[in-house]
Design a protein around this ligand. Structure first.
Ligand code: GLN
Length: 316
């Protein structure tokens, strides 16, 4: 498996030059655009197959939206969440919010774009740092890694330059969509985006979702149904406005972040984590997309590829 992963990294390395490291959050501009790492998490705890810069740390950014959504759902129940936020895929960029200003629009499209994520974070119960601590705690649990923390420099950098996120949060507050102290909510959001992981953590988070979200209790929905819902949400909304094409070309529930990470929920209790910080025009990792495309095609992991059942990860 490691040989295959190394080969796939090399086949896709050239895609780095089509991308650009995110610089709208100044601290992210420092990322080394040449780094590429991959980890596939097999079905059982110990099985991790890694290649390249697999242990390079980077920030979760939008991938944290999956985790804050789960925490908000645990705190409120799933129905309350979907009363406030939609589950519709969107053809707009992740940080768009003009539609939210239309008189008849009272919900962000889904919890995986910035406006929807800021709103779900606002629904997490707790004061001050409690909301963030819950998100961090669940991240550690999903990744089986108690050492996960956050990057203070990235957090402060985004806090300082986050006018766009601030604008959409205050707009939602003005329409009574978002309740509570707007600056507190934004602070939690900026911090959750700055949680630092490597590809092994991401792969294990993918495996956690694939294997059925063990230990997650949410009112009104069984754990299995929650895992199914989450996979559907990631499949339709996880890659911003590239989600539909990605669903066709890659065919696995995934979430990307502008830190260069892609977390994929592979079939059958497996997960994948990829890191390469040069981003395409949609804010997705350029080489990361190429890598996951080649991997899912070669190993038949696309959920619509019936041959996948014949492929056992351990035989590679
Ligand atoms: N922290 C980033 C932001 O709010 C997250 C966006 C992303 O990863 N797409 O702009």
């Amino acid at each position: 498996m490691e040989i295959l992963l190394n080969e796939i990294i090399e086949n896709n390395r050239h895609l780095i030059k089509n991308g650009k490291v995110a610089d709208y959050i100044p601290a992210l501009a420092k990322a080394d655009f040449e780094k590429i790492g991959v980890t596939v998490a097999g079905r059982t705890g110990a099985l991790l197959y890694s290649a390249g810069d697999y242990n390079q740390k980077f920030t979760l950014q939008s991938i944290s939206k999956v985790i804050s959504f789960l925490v908000a759902a645990m705190d409120n129940g799933i129905e309350d969440i979907f009363e406030k936020v939609g589950c519709d895929s969107t053809d707009e960029p992740f940080n768009a919010f003009t539609k939210l200003d239309l008189p008849n629009v009272n919900k962000p499209a889904n919890p995986l774009i910035n406006s929807g994520a800021i709103l779900t974070t606002s629904m997490i119960k707790g004061n001050g740092d409690e909301k963030f601590q819950k998100i961090l705690e669940l991240t550690r649990r999903m990744a089986h890694n108690p050492n996960i923390g956050y990057n203070e420099e990235v957090y402060l950098s985004e806090k300082k330059t986050g006018s766009r996120n601030r604008s959409m949060a205050y707009l939602m507050s003005s329409k009574n969509i978002l309740e509570g102290d707007v600056e507190d909510v934004l602070d939690t959001y900026f911090k959750q985006c700055s949680i630092e992981v490597d590809t092994r953590d991401l792969a294990k988070i993918g495996r956690f979702i694939s294997a059925g979200c063990e230990g997650i209790n949410i009112d009104g929905i069984s754990r299995t149904d929650m895992s199914i819902l989450l996979k559907g949400l990631l499949f339709t909304c996880g890659m911003y406005n590239y989600s539909a094409r990605y669903a066709i070309e890659v065919g696995i529930p995934s979430k990307s972040g502008v830190g260069g990470g892609i977390m994929g929920v592979l079939p059958n209790g497996m997960g994948i984590g990829i890191f390469s910080p040069a981003l395409d025009e949609n804010g997705n990792s350029s080489a990361g997309i190429g890598i996951i495309k080649e991997l899912t095609r070669r190993l038949h992991y696309n959920i619509f590829d019936d041959r996948k059942l014949q492929v056992e990860i351990d035989t590679h």
